[in-house]
Every structure is written in C-alpha cells, then in structure tokens.
Design a protein around this ligand. Structure first.
Ligand code: NAD
Length: 284
C-alpha cells in the first residue's frame, strides 16, 4: 500500500448498502482508502471485492456497541498510521408507525443506532481526526430533521439530535481544526424502505403486506433521489464547501426556511393533510 502520508483515508459506517456504499465507491474512485463498517458481513464482502483490497478494508461492527468501536478504531489506526481524513457516521435504521404502536424496545434500538451510534463513533475516531489536517466529521441526519415526520417520531428525534450534535461540534472542534457537517437527505432510493419494520394497528406488517413502492413524491423535496447524489455532497463538503447542513435535494432546505417563518402554520397544514388521508409517511 502507498505510504499513509500520501493517501487520504475515509471511514464509513453503513458502507455495505445505499448511501454508505455509494460514498465508499465515490471516494475509492478518487484514490482514497476506504474503511467500510457495517453489521452486514456479506454486504461488506461485496464492497471489498468491488473496490479491491488495496483501496478498501472492511469491519463488521455494530455502531451501537462501544466495544466494537474500541476494537475497530484501534485496528483502523494501525492501518492508517493514526490518520483519518473523513469519518462518515452514516449507518442508520428506520421504523414506521404511530408512536404508541411501535414497541418500546424498537424505539430504544433506533436511539441506540441512530444517535448513540454516531456519538460513540465520534468518541472513537476523534483522536485520528484531530491528528489529520483538514479532516471532516460528517454525519447523516435526515429531512425528518426539518419538520419531524409523523409515523417516524422517534426516528425524527434521533435525526434532530444528530443535526444538533453537528452544530455544537462544528463550533467546539474548530479549535482543533476538525470540520463538522451533516446531510439531510429527502427520499433516497435505498434498501431502508424494505428493511424498516412497519407497524399498523399495533402489529408489524409481514413482507407481503408492506407498501411495495418507496414513498416518494413525483417532484420537489421528496422526489426519489439516487444515493450517489448524497455521496457527491459528502465529497463537496470534504473538498471545502463550508455548508453546515447539506440538503439533498436542495428543496429539502426550503422546509427549514419556511418553518423558520411559522412552525405552527406548518404543523396545522400537516394535520390537515393527514386528516385528508395522506400516506403512511405523508411525504410531500
Ligand atoms: P440502507 O439500509 O441501504 O443502508 C444502511 C446500512 O446501515 C445498512 O448496510 C445496514 O446494514 C447498516 N446498519 C444498520 N444498523 C447498523 C448498525 N447497528 N451498525 C452498523 N451498521 C448498521 O439505507 P440508507 O438509506 O443508505 O441509510 C443510510 C443513512 O441514511 C441512515 O442513517 C438513514 O437513516 C439515512 N437516511 C436515509 C434516507 C432514505 O430515504 N433512504 C433519507 C434520510 C436519511
């Protein structure tokens, strides 16, 4: 392998699929070494085969498990000689349904993965980021962190928390020249819609009962977007665009701007839309 000082290193969680995989491919294509982490061992193996062992190492890791982070961060540090140019905290899970119909254990798991997973990842990898000039700590929030999505209440709460963490750390970590930003994707064409459990009437729907189509709108903030477009935002952020929150597509940002001028009006419009019989996620 090329000496560490001449390479750039990215560590990406949720790299076996969707946004994480697209980002791993983009950065590896630019000559970066990519450390891919995920719970999905076979998906990781496919990633390593696609990118090749000179450009990619993979780690089976549960972002919710601090012991996994301790083990993996030490191994990554050995491989990169203590450097890390990009940490992409991207792994996440969803669960759809009315708040009280989702079992508490499921909601706890969402918090453990989507929020504690990000926090633990930053604790584990911060020494490497601090040791690397120009490094970036980037996380995946969601359009659910503009106006929170009904039927995704706890998911939305974790994504608001990630957005808040980004804002606070973007100021705190400026003292050690680690940049911090996040992305708020709209509806991205990934496996998450198939894998997220859906609860209706107090029970989980079976595979054949779940909506077969991704809940995307025909146009606007919630139109279907390819994961590669989110990957482009990560790269542009690393390359120096100073944006704190990346909205993909940009129309997602309009919700935050509109909300700033009247959150109650937005709430009332959403209640009215839901009463008219919007879909499960009321996208759009
Ligand atoms: P995806 O299901 O294709 O990929 C998520 C990956 O994370 C999977 O490979 C999964 O195995 C991995 N993962 C899940 N739990 C994990 C854990 N505990 N430890 C390690 N890996 C774990 O979905 P995606 O859409 O690419 O999701 C990536 C991120 O984007 C998530 O944080 C998600 O909340 C966020 N997001 C997705 C959308 C969308 O429309 N797809 C929109 C907004 C935000």
């Amino acid at each position: 392998m090329t000496p560490a000082a001449d390479r750039r290193f990215a560590f990406i969680t949720g790299a076996a699929s969707g946004i994480g995989r697209a980002t791993a491919e983009l950065f590896a294509g630019r000559g970066w070494w990519v450390g891919g982490a995920d719970r999905d061992a076979s998906g990781l193996e496919r990633l390593r085969e696609a990118l090749g062992p000179d450009r990619c190492s993979v780690w089976e890791l549960d972002v919710a498990d601090p012991a996994d982070w301790e083990r993996v961060s030490a191994e990554v540090a050995r491989e990169t000689e203590g450097r890390l140019d990009l940490l992409f905290n991207n792994a996440g899970i969803g669960v759809v349904g009315l708040f009280e119909e989702i079992p508490l254990e499921q909601s706890r798991r969402i918090v453990e993965v989507n929020l504690l997973g990000v926090i633990q990842g930053i604790y584990a990898m911060l020494p490497l980021l601090k040791a690397t000039p120009g490094s970036l700590c980037f996380s995946t929030s969601s359009s659910a962190a503009t106006f929170a999505a009904p039927s995704l209440a706890v998911y939305s709460a974790t994504k608001f928390a990630v957005k808040g963490l980004t804002e606070a750390l973007s100021v705190e970590l400026a003292r050690c020249e680690v940049r911090v930003a996040d992305v708020l994707p709209g509806v991205i064409d990934t496996a998450i819609f198939d894998t997220s459990p859906v609860y209706v009437g107090g029970r989980e729907l079976g595979p054949t009962e779940k909506p077969s189509e991704v809940p995307a709108a025909k146009e606007g903030a919630f139109r279907l977007i390819a994961p590669e477009q989110v990957a482009e935002a990560v790269l542009a952020s690393y390359e120096g665009d100073p944006r704190l929150h990346w909205y993909v597509p940009e129309e997602v940002g309009e919700i935050d701007r509109e909300k700033a001028s009247g959150v109650e009006a937005m709430r009332d419009a959403r209640i009215a839309a839901r009463a008219r019989g919007g879909g499960l996620l009321d996208a759009g």
